[in-house]
Design a protein. Structure first.
Length: 214
């Protein structure tokens, strides 16, 4: 695939981001065009570029680590989709963060838990497990922050049902790095509260977690 073809694929509805990511990994010279696509006037090209970069960050994070500052800037994007993808990419890059860029970004990244969008909050929680595993020294801080999820206020954008979904995500995150957690009792207590959650999926996650860890 050459550079002109990849531009066509970014705008082509039928083109698959997985295939694009695989092609870029095989031919790194195409990466620049994917980054160009982020600022494209074509919405399909813009979002397919972002999705392709997210997939690359999962499959070959070292390929994107030098561009981490680019994704850090996207955390301030007014475009939520680009913000969500940036949250995911940064979470994936934590595993290769030799310069400890995430450590310096920690407060900003987890500050997104106060975002008015449940989806933004959910993306941060979803990435917390892999971040804690990549950076064990941050386990205590991540744990303490996630334990405060139950204090998120109900707003016009975040209902009780939204909070119930976030509780389920938090339980899953804790399950990814529970062996690293020192204050296990606090986590167990948090999960036990969800045994009475009105959302069946969250209640089930709590039951499975406690069966495994309590």
């Amino acid at each position: 695939m050459n550079k002109s073809n990849i531009l066509n694929d970014l705008e082509n509805k039928a083109a698959n981001a997985e295939d694009l990511a695989r092609n870029v990994i095989e031919k790194p010279s195409l990466l620049a065009k994917i980054f160009d696509g982020i600022s494209s006037d074509n919405a399909r090209a813009r979002f397919k570029s972002a999705k392709t970069l997210r997939i690359i960050s999962e499959k070959k994070p070292t390929m994107l680590y030098s561009k981490m500052d680019f994704f850090i800037k996207l955390l301030d994007s007014k475009n939520n989709i680009l913000k969500w993808i940036a949250i995911d990419v940064i979470g994936n890059l934590a595993s290769v963060d030799s310069e400890n860029k995430f450590d310096k970004l920690f407060n900003k990244y987890y500050g997104l838990l106060t975002d008015e969008s449940m989806i933004t909050i959910g993306h941060v929680i979803d990435n917390s497990g892999k971040i804690a595993k990549a950076k064990p020294h941050l386990t205590q801080e991540i744990t303490n922050i996630l334990l405060k999820i139950e204090n998120i206020p109900i707003t016009p954008h975040i209902t009780q049902e939204c909070k119930n979904i976030l509780f389920g995500k938090t339980i899953q995150a804790f399950g990814e790095f529970f062996d690293q957690i020192k204050n296990k009792d606090a986590v167990i207590s948090f999960v036990r509260k969800q045994l009475n959650n009105t959302r069946n999926a969250t209640k089930t996650k709590a039951e499975k977690f406690l069966t495994k860890y309590a």
